[in-house]
Design a protein around this ligand. Structure first.
Ligand SMILES: Nc1ncnc2c1ncn2[C@@H]1O[C@H](COP(=O)(O)OP(=O)(O)OP(=O)(O)O)[C@@H](O)[C@H]1O
Ligand SMILES: [Mg+2]
Length: 455
């Protein structure tokens, strides 16, 4: 039996009576209010599964009720009932976060249908959020989300080296998550209780970098009015993250190499040196090997830093992560929006999947954050996306005019085909292992190979 609790807000006595009788018969527990104000009072003392609310009412109308309920962060789905002449208001209410609306006069079945539909949607929502949790658990490591096999391999490598003192070099384009990876190494190793100190070697003026890293003693130079501890000492026992290592001036590269080899630092102006126990992780978006070739980076330091290398793939090479990350950033940035549930419409998703993301995950995060602000009624459409992302299709008009390009099915097929190819390349054509990576059965892989005509 249905024991869902419904609040009905309507100023017309007949309407309240009719709905009450009908819905009680359907097994709902019904409560009645004659205007928005009474409705709000009911909300103070009770939790409801659904609210049915008329729009035109004296004292407090439906829209005002909805606005106030939203301000109070009421999450109960509100279904507006609009009579002749209030349909526009009903649409405004949808934008404000109403769940649905039904036009008066309605037949008995209609209202039940709307409620069943809402129930179904709620159930799916719950299922989705559960699914989301499962996915997040399975496809995340220390806050790094990815379902890409290359990234999963990186998670494994992090687990293996985290506890060691091995020097690590993290490579990857800007915004691929290098700092996140460095932190994950630190947090999962036995140094996690000690400091993680990050320094951007490209952001500190050359003349200050040495004293920043190694510290200085009083009087070492004009401004040195007292002794100062450097970042190596601050990170003692923990991890020092040298970001943008490729920007380190050559003169300092020599000193850095010595510190790494000897495990001792010497403050600027100090005669004595001091032991430090620091794990060094460095990162760069430059092609460091090429810099070695052109003499901009010392080869000996390069080898010293590059004992263990983690190369992060750019986002465009792991498109399967885009929906996962988009969802993640929506839940992170969507909480400020006026709707509880944000939804990415298929057109928006298509644009996100097709874009090349030169700024990688950071750029995606910024785009989603902006889209959350621009979203209306909880929907993110492609018009909430910045033009470079959105206009991708329009830049090749011949294609976009074709209906085929609007097909989600086709786009999904294309992605699926691509993933299968990649899995086969990665496993050297081993179908059993490819099926494992793809997380589908061997049988369905064979079926898909045939369907997509892949050798
Ligand atoms: N796989 C991921 N899962 C979740 N968040 C991510 C992921 N990758 C990156 N991010 C987020 O994207 C942003 C950029 O990541 P991060 O700063 O680690 O990149 P980076 O490679 O160091 O960039 P840059 O080269 O510009 O310094 C951060 O907000 C980070 O939390
Ligand atoms: Mg960074």
């Amino acid at each position: 039996m249905n024991s869902q609790h419904i609040l009905i807000i309507d100023d017309e006595e007949n309407m309240r009576h009719m709905l009450s009788v009908m819905l009680s018969r359907q097994g709902y527990r019904v409560e009645l209010a004659a205007n928005g104000g009474q409705g709000l009072d009911c909300l103070k003392n009770n939790a409801y599964d659904y609210i049915l609310c008329d729009i035109r009412m004296p004292e407090m109308d439906g829209k005002t009720f909805l606005q106030q309920a939203m301000e109070e962060h009421v999450t109960t789905p509100v279904i507006m009932m609009s009579a002749y002449g209030t349909v526009e208001t009903a649409i405004e209410c949808m934008k404000l976060g109403a769940y649905d609306f039904i036009s008066k006069p309605f037949k008995r079945d209609e209202i039940v249908m709307v409620l069943k539909k809402a129930e179904e949607r709620e159930r799916l929502k719950e299922e989705n959020s559960h699914l989301r949790e499962v996915v997040a658990g399975r496809f995340s490591y220390s806050g790094i989300l990815s379902r890409n096999s290359g990234m999963q391999e990186i998670f494994n490598q992090i687990k293996k080296v985290a506890d060691l003192k091995t020097t690590i070099l993290v490579l990857g384009e800007s915004g691929t998550g290098k700092e996140l990876v460095a932190r994950a190494v630190h947090l999962n190793g036995r140094r996690s209780q000690k400091p993680f100190v990050a320094v951007n070697c490209g952001a500190i003026p050359e003349n200050l970098l040495e004293s920043e890293l190694f510290g200085h003693v009083r009087g070492a130079f004009t401004d040195a009015s007292s002794d100062k501890e450097g970042l190596f000492e601050q990170a003692d026992g923990g991890t020092l993250f040298l970001d943008e290592i490729g920007e380190t001036p050559l003169a300092l590269q020599v000193k850095l190499l010595r510190v790494l080899q000897e495990g001792e630092i010497r403050r600027v102006g100090d005669a004595a040196s001091k032991k430090v126990d620091v794990r060094v992780i460095s990162a760069t978006s430059r092609d460091l090997a090429a810099d070695v070739g052109t003499g901009c980076f010392r080869e000996d330091l390069y080898f010293r830093l590059n004992v263990f290398c983690l190369q992060l793939p750019p986002l465009r090479e792991r498109v399967e992560d885009i929906p996962l990350l988009a969802e993640h950033f929506m839940s992170r940035h969507g909480s400020g929006s006026d709707c509880q549930v944000l939804r990415l419409e298929p057109d928006a998703m298509r644009s996100l999947m097709a874009y090349r993301w030169p700024g990688n995950v950071r750029e995606l995060e910024n785009v989603i954050e902006r889209a959350c602000i621009l979203s209306e009624g909880g929907r993110i459409t492609s018009s909430s996306l910045p033009s470079p992302v959105r206009l991708l299709d329009e830049s090749c008009p011949d294609e976009s005019e074709n209906d085929e390009n609007l097909s989600i099915k086709k786009a999904e097929d294309a992605i699926e085909r691509d993933l299968i190819r990649k899995a086969l390349v990665k496993t050297g054509g081993n179908r059993t292992r490819a099926a494992k990576i793809l997380e589908i059965s061997h049988r369905s892989l064979l079926y898909k190979l045939k369907e997509y005509d892949i050798e």
